[in-house]
Ligand binder design. Sequence first.
Ligand code: NAD
Length: 499
Amino acid sequence: MARGRRRAAPPKPRRNIALAKGYDTDLKLHIDGEWIGAEGRDTHKVVNPATGEVLGELPLANAADLDRALDAAARGFAIWRRASAEERGAVLSGAARLLRERADRIATIATLEEGKTLPEARGELMMAAGLFDFYAAEAKRAYGRVLVRPTGQLSRVMKEPVGPVAAFCPWNFPIGNPGRKLGAAIGAGCSIIVKPPEEAPGSAIEVLRCLLDAGLPKEVASMVFGVPDAVSRHLIASPVTRKVSFTGSIAVGKHLMRLAADGAKRTTMELGGHGPVLVFDDADLDRTLDMLVPHKFRNSGQVCVSPTRFYVQEGIYARFVKEFAARAATIRTGDGLDASVNMGPMANPRRPEAIEAFVADAVRTGARIAAGGERGGGSSDNGFFFRPTVLADVPLDARVMNEEPFGPIALMRPFRDFDEAIEQANRLPYGLAAYCFTENGRRALLLGDAIESGMVGINTVAIGGADSPFGGVKDSGHGSEDGPEGLEACMVIKTIHQA
Ligand code: NAD
């Protein structure tokens, strides 16, 4: 199937309606192999968050478009489930190579439409390429097992692709998130309809182009944009869809789970967090700050695993706050394309507005601003900038201590001992990522066990990797992406007993 397909041609420059320098993509729907423009459809304006400038007009799918995508997904599944693991692997590793070849262009598109700095966008692309390579190999290892039975009987446990997947991606990782969902489904032998974010669509379109140019049959992956609630209702209600994968807010995740329940459909839900950080007084403070400050302000804090609530042991609390705030104040904000900038704008105008309200509420309840605390720091008055912010002594009843802020804001509180630290870390219904810093090995062991979280970093902030499951517990969702678990999330088990 994949073999003998056309070889990838070097990407031709494509022109967009209102072309901003570097926004070299063509905003279209992809359904059943056809790239579909705006003719006769509603559109959405894609905006550069650093400048407020319109980058292009994105066509929005209508109901007939979605039905065509579902029809293609049904046919695509019939084709792709029969493809060998080698054929799937060849498409994924070919797409990984194309992603790397096109890295500069695609990363520039991501920075223009989402705001993150260019090195961050390149890093995100490299992670997506690494994940495609991982799934290319892992597709061959989706082994079942043979049960122990008497002579003359055979019982086989098989893993099979679940069927057509409907996947919904947020705007904060516009390359990596669609990459994650496409890679797992394609590796497992499923077809997929992806709805990337309307706010940052070009990156996802380019990821799909890499897969198609690497030989993915056209029916296997469609890409649609639209009114999110209308698209998800339509796709999830269809009997064609067998699995729903969503990354985004808890409220929307729970809504989609209810829709999926009507059709008893499998779900993978990655729903955000409120990352606790426990810093004990024996931590290597400089090393800890070197890791935590850039990790906090990566992508302007719009990261589901962002460290958010910093609980610091009493003896080092004052020094930790002072040094963290001093480092935050030196972060250079501005247009993500500017090589001297460390933190770009927030992705849309809703975010600085939300962070401003969180800060005002926290200050009202007794928090102290140690750094930032206001909008600004951007290269353009029309951009969506918020300064890197540190709030100290934040009361537990401040709204921001309970709701995911999703922004460049670090919240600090002192703690007395191990038990209090664990109680604080586990007090919210979130459970995605947690971080602990201590040089005491025994304590590190106990911390790893006691924290209610899908991922725990002990003396590190590196909690992901192509081979490592990514996902949360409690309200942060269920199911894993990445690693062998990500592939298995797109598979079902069948046991065949034979005598
Ligand atoms: P939102 O909840 O409106 O949207 C989040 C994402 O879900 C967007 O990409 C949106 O297009 C999509 N979405 C919304 N309603 C949908 C529906 N009915 N069907 C399918 N998709 C739908 O919030 P927002 O203002 O865009 O983002 C802010 C909040 O979202 C943050 O506070 C954060 O909690 C959450 N978020 C989480 C992640 C994550 O990685 N877990 C990523 C982005 C946003």
